[in-house]
Design a protein around this ligand. Structure first.
Ligand code: ADP
Length: 377
């Protein structure tokens, strides 16, 4: 593990667009909204310009329509997630900083023994922040973020998928540093191979593994040749050493053995502990009128044991509707300051319908897999 850590970038003071807070209107002042709209316009102009440049300079052999599709649907730009937006998960954040963020920002320090991993798996129950973490990694490492769901590769893009996979890796190298984030990786790299597996799915899986190996080989080659200066051809093919496959799954046991071993690091993303639930609840409530005191907060933290981050968000959203629900039609006439604060009873009512999405037995399965194959966090 690397011990040298470059100075951390200061958190940007710009408005965030895709965070829990931003989804709640009270947090945004008119100024925020105006500057955010302005910045997203500039961003989209810049992106448009960049896209044109990329399309003009596509590496040979990359399918044009696949590249266009990637740029339109798969590359995420604009909406940023930062470390601070994610409650808890300190161990996972640290692992991601060490594995991806620092090496991407300071490639000169991460060579040889400190060579970064080419693949990292985030596994754990659904709704625990795996996607948020991947997005934060992309933001904090100033990387191009390719987000693809493996199940859409094997369904929506089926037929085009092999071309898309090839273009995905080519563009990732061209636009490096890049994160290729594959959600639901189990549906691509499952162990259901063999006779039962759909022929087309098998082909995509093979193509994905080939491209991934090529990437690792090219990255290793570049490190060897980097002292003597890289050739024109290498430069044209982009910077393979700063492309990482980051994958997420709720079903880690479904990934086949060989594919699992390719993920040198496998990070468990567990359900939130009490202090993390508290922080998340406080953050969600911070921008709302409420009457949840310290004692009630402690009760809420206790009753949400076993909830995932997304269960907690769902619960808080539902409870926030409480004050409006009791009003019925009158809600249409009242001014915002006439709406009563959110109370503990609202949470109690919501708890009747919003239940944790992972059962105790389900959780045990993750814990067991983490013990056998993962790093805990
Ligand atoms: P996963 O990829 O693990 O299924 P996501 O990252 O998509 O989960 O999280 C889903 C939603 O749950 C997020 O958009 C956010 O509202 C909430 N959430 C989950 N985990 C956290 C967390 N650690 N901190 C803040 N919000 C979270």
């Amino acid at each position: 593990r690397a011990t040298q850590q470059p100075p951390q970038r200061r958190a940007k003071a710009r408005p965030r667009k895709n965070t829990v807070r931003a989804k709640l209107p009270e947090t945004r002042t008119p100024d925020d909204a105006a500057s955010s709209a302005g910045s997203s316009e500039t961003e989209s102009d810049e992106w448009h310009e960049r896209t044109r440049h990329i399309m003009k300079n596509l590496p040979r052999g990359v399918d044009e329509s696949a590249a266009r599709q990637l740029l339109n649907e798969i590359v995420i730009h604009g909406d940023e997630v930062h470390w601070d937006d994610i409650a808890g998960l300190e161990v996972a954040k640290l692992a991601l900083k060490e594995t991806v963020v620092y090496p991407f920002l300071r490639p000169d320090l991460f060579m040889g023994l400190r060579e970064p991993a080419r693949g990292m798996l985030l596994f754990g129950p659904p709704g625990t922040g795996k996607t948020m973490l991947a997005r934060a990694v992309a933001t904090e490492s100033k990387s191009t973020f390719f987000a693809i769901s493996a199940s859409s590769l094997t369904s929506k893009y089926l037929g085009e998928s092999e071309k898309l996979v090839r273009a995905l890796f080519a563009l990732a190298r061209m636009l490096a540093p890049s994160i290729i984030f594959v959600d639901e990786i189990d549906s691509l790299l499952s162990s259901r191979s063999g006779a039962g597996e759909h022929e087309a799915t098998r082909r995509i899986k093979t193509e994905f593994l080939i491209q991934w190996s090529d990437l690792a080989r090219a990255a290793a080659g570049r490190e060897v040749s980097s002292s003597s200066g890289s050739s024109e051809k290498e430069r044209e093919r982009g910077d393979a050493s700063r492309v990482l496959v980051l994958a997420a799954t709720n079903l880690p046991w479904a990934i086949d053995d060989a594919a699992r071993r390719r993920f040198v690091r496998r990070q468990y993303i567990p359900l939130p502990e009490a202090w993390v639930r508290k922080r998340q609840l406080e953050r969600l409530l911070s921008c709302q009128k409420h009457e949840i005191g310290e004692a009630e907060m402690e009760r809420l933290v206790a009753v949400t044991e076993g909830f995932s981050g997304s269960d907690i968000t769902a619960l808080a959203k539902d409870a926030a509707m409480g004050p409006l629900r009791s009003l019925g039609e009158k809600v249409l006439e009242l001014r915002p300051d006439e709406i009563r604060p959110i109370r503990f009873e609202d949470f109690e009512a919501s708890l009747l319908t919003i239940r944790p999405s992972v059962s105790r037995e389900g959780l045990k399965q993750y814990e067991d897999w983490a013990k056998e194959f993962g790093e805990r966090g």
